[in-house]
Every structure is written in C-alpha cells, then in structure tokens.
Design a protein around this ligand. Structure first.
Ligand code: ATP
Ligand code: MG
Length: 549
C-alpha cells in the first residue's frame, strides 16, 4: 500500500510518535446505506490498519438523533463484512461517549475555554462575520466560569427550551478561519435518540464530538474527506486545550472523496431516489449502494481492486464508472461459468434434423475447463440480432443463404425465411452440416461467425433485467441540484429470455457469463418456478469479434 496517508504514518513512526501502534477507524453516521464512496474509505482505513499491523474500529457516529436509525446500523455492518473487513470486538457508538463528552465540555468551561451563549441561531450567524470581515463577540462571551457551569448544568437538566442557549468554544472571533470563531459545541434538542433514548436533551456538535471520539478510542490517524480540512485547526485546538499529548493523540488527515461518473454518491440524494420511488429500494441493482452493487452482482474482490487502483489523492476528481466495471469484468472472467441464453428469441427449424435430442458436450470455462451437456433439437432459438435479411458484407452472423456456426454444435445454413402477414421474420428454416461438430470430418471448416442458441424444447424461461447507468450525464462533479431530470429513463429493461437447462438448480448470487451477452447473476427474486437474472456488466467485445482476432 503506497499512498500519501501511509507516507504520513511512516513519517510519524520515524519521528517516534505512536509507539503503541497504528489505530484507524471507519466512522459512518447511521443515516443511510453505505455506497461505493464509503467503500473507498472502508478499504483505506481497514487497509492502513492491516498494512501497519494495527487495528481499525467500526464506530457509529451517531451524535445527531433526528436522522438516524437502527436499520442503517445493521446494514452498514453487513456491508463492511461483505467487503471482507473485520472490526473484531471493536464496534463502538459515539453515543456511548455522551457522558464523557459532557465532562470534557465542563473541563473546557473550567479552563475558561467555553461559554454559554444566549444569542439566537440567527444572531450567531450574523455575528460570525464573513471570509473578509472579522466576527463580533457575543455579549455573553465573558460570563464567569461559575455562571457558565451553572447554565450548562441547567441546559442538561432541561430548564431551557430548544435552541434558546448553546455552548460555544471560546477561541477567536477574528480568526481568518471561520471555524475557529467560537464554534457552537453543544445545542439543546429534545429528540429521542435511537441508542440513548430520552437520556439527553443536549447534543454535541460533530466538530466537537469527532476528535474526542478518536481520542477516547486511542485512534492515531483519523482519515476523513477533504471538506474537513478547514476543520482541522479546531480538531487540534480541542485536543491541545484538553491536554492530550501531541505524541499520542490522534491527527486528522484528509483525502479526496470518490465521485463516479453516471451515478450519485450523496446519501441525501440516494435517499430521495428510494423515498420517491425512482428505484425499487436501497438494494436496487442500479444504485451505487453496496447492497445495490451486491445484488447487481459486483463482487467484493472487484470493489477492493477498484479502490486500490484509483489510489488516494489530495485533490478531488471524478472517476469513470467504466473503470469499476472493468474490475468487475476481470474478476468475473476468471470465476464465472459460461452458459447460453437467448434474450430476443427467433425460432429456427433445422429441417435435416430428426425429432429427439442429442446431448452435446459444452465447456464451462476456457481456463478452468469442466463441462456439461447441452440438449440439441430440431427446433432451436437464436437471438434475433444474429440474423439479418439484408446483411452488409461484414455481417458474419446468419443471413439468407449464409452459414454460421452454432456454439458447441454444428454449422448451419439458412435456406428459407418465414414471415408473418406484417412482413416480420418469425422463423428460419436451416440445415445443419452433420459432420461439422467437434470431432467430425468438416469440424475444422472455416466459418467467420459463431452464435449462441438454446433448444426450444428444453430451454428454461427466465426474466432477465438489463441495467444501464442511473444518470444520463457524466458530469457528476457539478451535477445540477435537479438530478432527477438527469435520470436515465432506460436504466432498466426487462427481457423474457430463454436459457439452457443446466442452470435449473442455481442459487441467488451465482454468476454466469451468457456467451456473447455479458456477465449475469441470479437475483434473489428467483423462485423454484421462476428464474430471474441481473446483467452485471456487458462484455467489452462480442464473443464473435474476440474470436476473429
Ligand atoms: P453525511 O453527509 O451524512 O455525513 P457522508 O457521505 O459523509 O454523509 P458518513 O457516514 O459521514 O457519510 O461517512 C462515513 C465515512 O465515509 C466518513 O469518514 C466519510 O469521510 C467517508 N466517505 C463518505 N463519502 C465518501 C466518498 N464519496 N469517498 C470517500 N469517502 C467517503
Ligand atoms: Mg460525513
């Protein structure tokens, strides 16, 4: 693992800091499902711990009672485990530290570094100043330690209404960094918390709680995204003010968040898609959530590989989603068995084949081998796309009078095209070259195209869900607020397909390559009576083209 965070860790170790070992954390707020952006942070934090022989905690950063829910606490754990990481017995909740946070706030007051302010939220905002103008001190700023202690105790006891008072750090209203202009560190909120119930009426602000959570857990390197860079001075100020030793206390390091083209990595927007019914749920295979990607058939190995390849940078950029798909394709190319399925069936009658069935041997995987039987019959289906009546010269699939090889079977020749009254092609009549199958006298005959097929009699019906990008735009970095308008109307296309019978007893989560069509996974909607597949990713080139080279 070579990245700048690792470099910082090595510098710290060389400088004699953190002699007890390296300790990181992944700190999700349980207010939504994890998405591909979180995967980057999970891989980085757990990866740094693994690489340095250290530990990584899972910490639910649940200091905001109004937006959080246990549903998310459960799903987050499932998703991290699925990605392949283990927090051991170190699952923590920031809300378990509410008592300690309170004590630290009292300590700040005692040191003359915090005060209770009666200004309204509105007034605090207008007193704060701007980037070019210094802020103004609150008239309550110079309350005595005794008065502050008394008021803060009474805030906790519920003597004041919501929003009527706050506790603020006492730093510098003229600081060029607005985050240092006496930030609010506690507010009064009468809300039921999913973990602590109604125990607390005052809640700490994120910037106050986070450094303390890190310090309480003995975190050494607190890795977060770039938008917190301007908050780092307060992080350091707080730990310094409370007397934490600079050689052992945590330090914050910021890295660039992951943004991907054609999708969304904002929890708020993903929630909107779910709540307003634009997708079928958090695990809709079009969603960039980890549960969505899992259902879509993306593998943990591919996602970890992707996170490693994109690296860790100090400036934001947008990664092409095609790179993630590339990682998935590489993984599935090695692991998925090959089968044949037809998405848009066109019937072909092989007029020189008898009724009955011939079982042909088909290879499961080009590298791993293995084989199965595929039933071959007088009537088969091919994909409509593989036939063209007025075909251009370069069309190497089936055309009137032309020949093509049926994968694992015979060379066939198209003799007759049957149409309905509307002039649409409904059936082809072909003949096989009986000696052209593997091992036969004309097996080696050069034929440019090879197509897939299934037996009409033995094929299983299957619902196949084809997915396209969630967003039609690739400008995710500066997406308009109205991203709903950019949703791709064709992101889901459902096909009633036919698939070879070897997959009959398959299980949800099993991957296949449908020859020439892409990688597919069995969806959990599958029942004993109905197979359902999701397309994971397409193949880069069609099988026929790859063969040609
Ligand atoms: P919120 O706005 O609700 O805070 P969030 O996406 O930051 O949303 P958190 O639960 O706070 O969600 O995130 C947990 C961790 O994952 C944080 O350390 C955060 O920095 C990191 N993270 C979140 N989104 C990304 C992303 N797109 N790329 C990399 N890391 C991310
Ligand atoms: Mg966050």
């Amino acid at each position: 693992m070579i990245n700048f965070v690792q470099q910082e860790i090595e510098n710290d170790l060389k400088a004699g800091k953190y002699t007890e070992g390296i300790h990181t954390r992944f700190p999700p707020e349980p207010n939504g499902y994890l998405h591909i952006g979180h995967a980057k942070s999970v891989c980085l934090n757990f990866g740094l711990a693994l690489h340095n022989g250290g530990l990584c905690n899972l910490r639910f950063d649940d200091t905001n009672p109004t937006k959080e829910d246990v549903e998310f606490v459960d799903s987050i754990q499932e998703d991290i485990k699925w990605l392949g990481f283990d927090w051991g017995d170190r699952k923590f909740f920031a809300s378990d530290y509410f008592g300690k946070f309170y004590d630290y706030a009292v300590e700040l007051i005692k040191r003359g570094l915090a005060y209770v302010d009666d200004l309204s939220a509105e007034e605090i905002r207008s007193y704060r100043g701007t980037l070019t103008e210094a802020g103004k001190e609150s008239p309550y700023r110079n309350r005595s330690v005794e008065e502050n202690l008394d008021l803060f105790t009474r805030m906790k006891a519920g003597e004041f209404p919501d929003g009527s008072k706050v506790l603020r750090a006492k730093i510098d209203m003229a600081s060029p960094n607005i985050n240092m202009r006496d930030p609010v560190i506690y507010r009064i909120t009468r809300a039921t918390h999913h973990h602590t119930g109604d125990d607390w009426l005052i809640y700490p602000m994120y910037d106050f709680a986070h450094p303390l959570e890190d310090a309480i857990e003995g975190i050494t390197h607190s890795v977060c995204t770039l938008e917190f860079e301007d908050h780092r001075p307060f992080y350091d100020w707080l730990l310094e003010s409370l007397g934490f030793d600079v050689n052992t206390r945590p330090r914050q390091i910021e890295f660039a968040r992951l943004d991907l083209t054609n999708t969304i990595t904002s929890k708020r927007k993903l929630r909107q898609l779910v709540e307003e019914g634009y997708v079928r749920g958090w695990d809709d295979p079009r969603m960039p959530t980890l549960c969505g990607l899992r259902r879509r058939g993306f593998t943990p190995a591919a996602i970890r590989d992707f996170c490693e390849r994109i690296g860790v940078a100090k400036s934001n950029s947008v990664v092409d989603i095609a790179m993630l798909e590339h990682c998935v394709r590489e993984d599935l190319n090695d692991s998925a068995d090959r089968v044949m399925a037809v998405l848009d069936p066109l019937k072909v009658v092989l007029t020189n084949v008898d009724d009955g069935v011939e079982y042909l041997t088909a290879e499961n995987h080009p590298k791993r081998g293995g084989s199965r039987f595929v039933p071959f019959t007088r009537e088969i289906f091919i994909d409509r796309e593989d036939f063209m009546e007025d075909a251009p010269k370069k069309f190497f699939r089936l055309k009137p009078g032309g020949e093509v090889r049926l994968k694992h079977a015979y060379i066939i020749k198209c003799n007759e095209v049957i149409k309905n009254s509307a002039g649409e092609v409904v059936e082809l009549h072909c003949t096989i070259d009986p000696t052209s199958k593997s091992g036969g006298a004309t097996a080696g005959r050069k034929i440019k195209g090879t197509i897939h097929w299934v037996s009409t009699k033995f094929a299983l019906p299957a619902e196949v869900r084809l997915y396209d990008y969630l967003l039609t735009t690739d400008a995710q970095g500066n997406m308009p607020e109205d991203f709903i308008a950019a949703l791709n109307p064709n992101s889901l296309i459902v096909k009633q397909a036919l698939i070879e019978p070897s997959v009959r007893w398959t299980n949800a989560g099993t991957h296949y390559q449908f020859l020439r069509l892409g990688y597919f996974v069995v969806d959990p909607d599958t029942t004993p009576d109905k197979l359902v597949f999701n397309r994971v990713v397409g193949l880069k080139d069609t099988w026929a083209k790859v063969k040609e080279r």
